[in-house]
Design a protein around this ligand. Structure first.
Ligand SMILES: [Zn+2]
Length: 473
């Protein structure tokens, strides 16, 4: 997605005859690759904050190592050094930035000269004597120093450090995106027109308010506020900006009124085709046919017991439920994922097999009153003879002439393992049906806080709606 956005952006800039000289991005690998291959003349730089974020993660992990706790007090200084490396090299010379960065390995063990060819000695002045320092130097060749060296000198990281952006950062874009989040919260989905308008509104707000001035008190003093962010220990001082303005709203209203007065009817636009439209959609029937699955209800009858959830109703009257009773949904599923036979209710505390045997479904199959079609040959496999219709169940079900279950146990022969695998593939239909049911009606994902009688109704209603939505006819 990021790459597609960039490609379209570059195309747009080119169509407007704007020449791109430098681009600053995060370390997205696809973008990196695309720019390298398609935009060689562009100076591609990385945003320092993104590198620092990645580095901090590694340093914190290192400092948590029992042998390397000394690293803790160095983390902030190392991050500052990373920023300094970028900012102090305005021409963005990668070699110099890298040498500056790697000089850190010497600095932390109290060596400040003879770093490299271009950057020979540290840029700081005289440091206080070791005994007067807050931070202790690491000992050369000690475990923390060696491990820190490994993190700092990591090849891929140094390669990216060389491309750090000295002046421009992506901070502005991040701020714009946080404004977009206010105009178009991520928890809602929008139509193309909806998101388009919101992005433009956010851009208008950003353009009007991004350069707000530092607020002053009545007496002319600059205003600051002290915050206590959760992510950081302690306090942070932030400057207070002047209040946001909304001039663009007035402008928009005037424009809209003008359009209304002049009876201008803007054509609504549908937006471009979705990204997925580029790929040719294969024919669903073809795929199903390929997998040996057709619309004919051949062997896709399967059953599964599903625990909607353990119910707890805190009254003595419902003791059976207090004892861990459960509402069960026993379903027979027919391709394509429709519930054909269901039984909902409390089956007491019995094994799954017992539950099945005492259920109407089990009894119906046993006494052959469920109108299961008679044996017939499989599609394109008449030579195999007539095959019975069977229920596909998991290990909880008993083995019956009309019920296939996997071979139990672990040390199975190759053939039996293959059989179990094929059977589990067939069971996927029913697993999917229950999955869809629970995902669509989220209440089945959690403990249901209702009277057991109502829970039964709820489950039945869920199944009916499920069938209706999948096959409205
Ligand atoms: Zn130094």
């Amino acid at each position: 997605m990021e790459k597609e956005g960039l490609v379209r952006c570059v195309q747009f800039l080119e169509s407007e005859n704007l020449v791109m000289k430098t681009i600053v991005t995060d370390r997205h690998t696809q973008i990196n690759k695309w720019l390298k291959e398609n935009q060689e003349h562009v100076d591609h730089r990385f945003d320092v904050w993104h590198l620092a974020k990645n580095l901090k993660k590694k340093l914190v992990k290192l400092a948590k190592d029992k042998q390397c706790t000394d690293i803790w007090e160095w983390i902030q200084s190392i991050l500052n050094h990373l920023y300094w490396c970028a900012v102090s090299t305005p021409d963005g010379n990668g070699e110099i930035i890298a040498e500056k960065w790697l000089s850190l390995n010497n600095h932390v063990i109290n060596i400040h000269t003879k770093h490299g060819r271009v950057f020979e000695k540290c840029a700081h002045g005289r440091l206080p004597a070791a005994q007067n320092r807050k931070k202790k130097w690491l000992k050369a060749d000690s475990v923390p120093a060696l491990k820190l060296n490994k993190v700092v000198s990591q090849k891929a990281f140094v390669r990216d450090v060389k491309k750090m952006s000295p002046s421009q950062q992506t901070y502005g874009v991040e701020v714009y995106h946080s404004i977009v989040n206010q105009f178009a919260p991520k928890m809602y989905a929008y139509s193309y027109t909806g998101i388009y308008c919101r992005l433009i509104l956010a851009a208008m707000h950003y353009n009007e308010n991004s350069g707000r001035k530092h607020a002053k008190t009545r007496t002319g003093q600059l205003q600051y506020t002290v915050k206590f962010p959760k992510a950081k220990k302690g306090h942070v001082v932030r400057r207070v900006n002047t209040a946001a303005t909304y001039e663009y709203v007035t402008e928009l209203l005037t424009e809209t009124l003008g359009l209304c007065e002049n009876n201008v009817d803007e054509e609504p636009f549908d937006g471009p085709d979705p990204l997925s439209s580029r790929w040719e959609k294969p024919d669903k029937r073809e795929i199903l046919g390929f997998r040996g699955l057709t619309d004919q209800p051949s062997i896709q009858l399967s059953a599964r017991m599903h625990y909607c959830d353990k119910l707890s109703v805190p009254t003595q009257a419902n003791r059976r439920h207090m004892e861990g009773g459960r509402t069960m949904l026993l379903g027979k599923i027919e391709f394509p994922k429709l519930f054909r036979v269901i039984q909902v209710g409390d089956f007491g505390i019995t094994s799954d097999g017992g539950t099945y045997a005492r259920s109407d479904l089990g009894k119906g199959m046993e006494t052959k009153t469920l109108h299961v079609p008679t044996s017939t040959s499989l599609p394109d496999a008449a030579h195999l003879g007539e095959m019975p219709f069977v229920i596909v169940g998991d290990a909880a079900f008993p083995l019956k002439p009309y019920l296939m279950r996997p071979y139990p146990g672990k040390n199975l022969t190759h053939q039996k393992r293959i059989f179990n695998y094929k059977l589990s593939r067939a069971r996927m239909v029913v697993e999917n049906a229950f999955g869809i049911l629970a995902s669509r009606w989220r209440i089945f994902h959690r403990r249901i806080n209702l009277h057991p009688k109502n829970v039964d109704t709820l489950v039945v209603a869920g199944c009916i709606l499920h069938n209706f939505l999948l096959a409205p006819s």
